[in-house]
Design a binder for this molecule. Structure first.
Ligand code: PLP
Length: 388
């Protein structure tokens, strides 16, 4: 393979790429072009839930390719997408609903906003401080990152961002004009912040009272990441729309909107579309990823590893004056520092451990869900060293 020149790139400079160029992956490790192995607590930003070179993904990709069908379009029926929709819906919303497939998390949220508008006949959207919902014109409007938004305004009108957990502010914001309330049950990019189940229940009641749709964005925290298939299962609150993406198709681009029956009933042919959504290759892979993650033993193992990781990070926090707080669930954790997190991400990479930030002061850890206990321990030891 030809070496990549780091000082000259034809790729648009909207990313500040750092570190080595990776050429292969195995289990929970990425392998650089000089052969150096990096333990990966990033997993392609919470995408590679089954790690690298997982036999389930390999087999599904090869089987899908054997049909000769990578794509057929949504003009025709195709079995993998039908099966995937049925299995996703069977596991959500008390088994009643429908699925729409797209290609990314932002696209899933844009779709969810349209579906909520069509169902409610209203236009306004309420989101929360610390949120991240994507970089397109509606999802960015609902994202609490003014620096991301400002250069591209005007974005979608009628979107309000209210303080997370503030019931009085939410009550003022959610009115008879509100089409949807969108929230991540466990915020990712905004600093790895679990949202109180009581606040989610409060929003459920508010939405019901005002005729608004409740959207849970589980693009990052969904699909096993927190130790249950959907993060909302741990809250006792059910949304009207659920958005998924990142790990869904094992690293192939895919997003999904799951709609409860009553919202789905408001949509008709022509209301929404996307050329690539739910094609046979991605849907075949996603079905196998879903079946693997949804296995009770797989999820129990995520919870056990997550409990160990949480306790280890708490211990690490107790021994490091740099650490202000540790937050998370399952295999999604944030270490909040009293200083910028980026230098510690670099220091960890220098010791062959990949971690990422979530906002300026938080180190984020989202390893493959298949990570071994030994690899978790190895990574935590590096973090302890770096934070000492
Ligand atoms: N929603 C959440 C919670 C996310 O974490 C992300 C991406 O990080 C998105 C939406 C946007 O997803 P994508 O980058 O696939 O558009």
């Amino acid at each position: 393979m030809t070496a990549v020149q780091s000082d000259a790139s034809a790729l648009l400079g909207v990313y500040a790429r750092v570190g080595p160029s990776f050429v292969a992956g195995e289990g929970s490790e990425l392998i650089a072009e000089d052969g150096t192995r990096y333990l990966d607590f990033v997993a392609g930003i919470a995408v590679n839930a089954l790690g690298y070179n997982h036999p389930v993904i390999r087999e599904a990709v090869l089987r899908a390719l054997d049909t000769g069908l990578v794509h057929v379009s949504n003009l025709y029926r195709s079995e993998p997408g039908e099966l995937l929709a049925a299995e996703l819906v069977a596991r959500a919303f008390n088994r009643q609903g429908q699925a729409f497939f797209c290609n990314s998390g932002a696209e899933a949220n844009e779709g969810a906003f349209k579906f909520a508008r069509k169902w409610s006949g209203k236009t306004e959207i309420v989101a929360f401080s610390g949120s991240f919902h994507g970089r397109l014109f509606a999802s960015l409007a609902a994202t609490d990152r003014p620096d991301y938004r400002r250069p591209f305004e005007p974005l979608l009108a009628g979107v309000q961002i209210v303080p997370l957990g503030d019931r009085a502010a939410a009550t003022r914001a959610v009115t008879a004009a509100t089409a949807a309330v969108i929230i991540e049950p466990l915020q990712g990019e905004g600093g790895v912040r679990p949202v109180d189940a009581g606040f989610l229940a409060f929003l459920r009641d508010l939405c019901d009272a005002q005729g608004a749709a409740l959207i849970f964005d589980e693009v990052q925290c969904g699909l096993g990441r927190t130790g249950t298939l959907f993060a909302y299962e741990q809250t006792g609150v059910t949304p009207d729309l659920l958005t998924l993406a990142k790990p869904l198709a094992g690293g192939l681009p895919m997003g999904a909107v799951l709609l409860s029956d009553r919202v789905a009933a408001a949509l008709a042919p022509g209301d929404h579309a996307t050329t690539f959504g739910g094609g046979p290759l991605v849907a075949t892979v996603a079905l196998e990823v879903l079946r693997t993650i949804a296995e009770p033993d797989f999820l129990a193992e995520v919870r056990a590893k997550g409990a160990w990781l949480g306790q280890s990070l708490e211990r690490l926090a107790a021994n490091s004056p740099r650490v202000r707080a540790v937050r998370g669930r399952g295999l999604m954790w944030g270490i909040e520092l009293g200083e910028p997190a980026a230098p510690f991400v670099t220091a960890a990479r220098d010791r062959r451990l990949l971690v990422l930030t979530a906002g300026p002061n938080v180190i984020r850890i989202v390893p493959p869900l298949t990570i071994s206990q030994g690899d978790l321990e190895r990574g935590v030891a590096v973090l302890a060293e770096v934070l000492a």
